[in-house]
Design a protein around this ligand. Structure first.
Ligand code: VG1
Ligand code: CO
Length: 564
């Protein structure tokens, strides 16, 4: 087979962000742009004679890119490609396949929850042999290679038909097209108590309704296989279940703003358990009638019940817990009570992998609707949804005379652990200069100590907050000692409340500033305080955060784009 060498020039800005390289489709469509990045992966990671998994959320420009990877990968000596049928694999399913078939790595074609289509976003992410996103050492190396690339290698052959399962070849390489759902379903069945969930749902067919929303992302077929086929729910319990290259024109991000179709149907039809996941299937939202579960609470509640209710953890035990730094400390309370170690890592799932591989972490989460465990090395939306169903089925078995729904479970949790009120304000596509000035101003406070011990009063609630500390979050990986600096700026107050500022690393245009606010209310405060609406519970703190940081002036925005 003839390997052709094609001349090219480096492009600026091919630096992978929080989760791979994400840009507008139009950017990837520039001559040699995608090819350069793919070749840079092969230059940075030696995959000669190795097995590579390819799959993604099926967004626009994916089929072409799968063929590009075949051409370049084959020319670079890949021995075998395992590809999801039609080029589709949810991010968690891809992680599972890398692990299960002992592949050496994977290329995931996704921009996650970012919109898709010819005028929207595309993304390429490299995962390593543990099934997780490449650590910074690897992504930095890929970036270095993109800066000096002068040619890439291809083997030009007719495209592989991705729609047929089974074995074939591409030049010197073997190709296997796999069903994108079946391995994943098997995995979940080995983790959760499906018979218990099924019998609970069947015996409560009228009193406990379920709705899963695939948001036209990749999880529709997974949702149908699990909720309709395996758990016996009616077809109407799954919506937007057909993956579309442009997600039906929507924004496939499961939060109260973008998953409004789910929210509306849940409220209108009085559905007890609603859930959605994002474009590539690694995020989730749990939302029942009148009860929204913040992702920070979700992971804490799963961690609290897992060893009792979920067979996988009943058997293997819980080795440790973790969260990303901006995520609320609700899970820390659970860890403390149960005597488990609890790690705090920078934003991005890649930071959990080493702890899992070292056997020190079982359950973890991020405030950005990411929840997961060491069953794979990515966050897993459908896993989290089934975990909740498993826990609810179990809780109802313990309480046969009174239905336990999402709301009851939350209230019970707060009554034991207290509650960390948490919210995130996103200011999307602001000027990069404004965002940098905001960061710089807080850095001045950090270096001069100018905010320390200052008090700030909220005009509307009269609450007073005194600054205890202002710092930058740096992280040293406890397993390999690698250091990641400047992962967010934290302002802590005397009462334990805090505000965090961070620049997003997943945007494809302009800068996005995230402000995270958190205030802890102990269990003793009683139900009236504990069960308040989130925005009400945080009102005073949010006002103070905006005042101290001068965020509205720096960004020229008086309102965030999205509140979660
Ligand atoms: C965001 C979230 C982060 C998440 C990342 C990837 O990153 O804040 O928690 O891990 O997206 O999620 P950033 O840098 O924009 O804040 V996904 O579902 O887009 O792979
Ligand atoms: Co995602």
């Amino acid at each position: 087979f003839q390997v052709k060498e094609i001349k090219t020039k480096p492009y600026d800005g091919q630096k992978p962000g929080t989760s791979g390289l994400r840009k507008r489709v139009k950017v990837f469509q520039q001559e040699h742009y995608t090819e350069n990045f793919v070749q840079a992966i092969f230059d940075a990671v030696d995959l000669k004679g190795k097995t590579l998994v390819i799959g993604g959320d099926g967004r626009y420009f994916s089929p072409e890119t799968v063929q590009t990877i075949l051409k370049i990968g084959s020319a670079n000596g890949v021995a075998k490609f395992i590809i999801g049928k039609d080029g589709i694999l949810s991010t968690p399913a891809a992680s599972n396949i890398i692990r299960k078939y002992k592949a050496d790595g994977g290329i995931l074609l996704t921009a996650s929850h970012n919109p898709g289509g010819p005028n929207a976003d595309f993304g390429i992410k490299y995962n390593v042999s543990n099934g997780g996103p490449a650590p910074e050492g690897v992504t930095n190396k890929i970036f270095e290679k993109t800066k000096s690339i002068s040619s890439y290698k291809v083997i030009e052959l007719p495209p592989v038909d991705l729609s047929k399962k089974g074995f074939s070849t591409y030049g010197p390489s073997n190709v296997e097209i796999v069903d994108s759902v079946s391995d994943y379903l098997q995995l979940l069945e080995s983790i959760f108590d499906f018979p218990l969930i099924k019998s609970f749902l069947q015996s409560h067919a009228d009193s406990f309704k379920v709705l899963f929303d695939g948001m036209h992302g990749v999880t529709g077929p997974y949702g149908r296989a699990i909720f309709v086929e395996a758990l016996g729910l009616p077809e109407s319990s799954v919506q937007n279940a057909q993956p579309l290259p442009d997600f039906g024109g929507g924004h496939p991000d499961p939060n109260l703003t973008y998953a409004h179709e789910l929210v509306e149907r849940v409220e209108r039809e009085g559905i007890h358990f609603g859930a959605a996941s994002d474009g590539d299937g690694d995020r989730n939202m749990i939302y029942g009638k009148g009860a929204f579960v913040t992702p920070s609470d979700s992971v804490a509640i799963i961690a609290d019940w897992a060893a009792e209710a979920i067979p996988y953890f009943k058997k293997g035990g819980i080795k440790g817990l973790a969260r990303s730094m901006p995520t609320s400390a609700q899970i820390d309370k659970v860890a403390k009570k149960k005597g488990l170690e609890c790690h705090v890592v920078p934003t991005g799932w890649k930071f959990f992998g080493n702890l899992m591989d070292a056997g020190r972490l079982s359950i973890c989460g991020e405030e950005s609707f990411g929840t997961g465990s060491d069953h794979i090395r990515e966050k897993d939306g459908v896993w989290a949804i089934v975990a909740w169903l498993n826990i609810l089925a179990y809780a109802n078995k313990q309480s046969p005379n009174q239905l336990v729904g999402i709301k009851e479970l939350l209230e019970k949790h707060y009554a034991v652990y207290g509650r960390s009120f948490f919210s995130r304000y996103d200011y999307e596509e602001v000027s990069a200069v404004g965002a940098q000035s905001l960061v710089d101003a807080i850095n001045v406070h950090i270096s001069t100590g100018s905010l320390a011990r200052t008090s700030h009063v909220s005009k509307s609630t009269g609450q007073k907050f005194t600054v205890a500390d202002v710092s930058n979050f740096d992280y040293t990986d406890p397993i390999d000692g690698s250091v990641s600096r400047n992962q967010g700026q934290i302002i802590t107050f005397d009462d334990g409340s805090r505000v965090v500022f961070r620049l997003s690393g997943t945007g494809s245009q302009g800068a996005t500033v995230r402000m995270y606010v958190e205030r802890y209310v102990p269990a003793e405060a009683g139900p009236a305080e504990l069960n308040k609406d989130t925005q009400e519970g945080l009102k005073g703190l949010i006002e103070v955060a905006l005042q101290i940081s001068n965020l509205p002036e720096f960004l020229g925005r008086d309102k965030p784009t999205v509140i979660t």
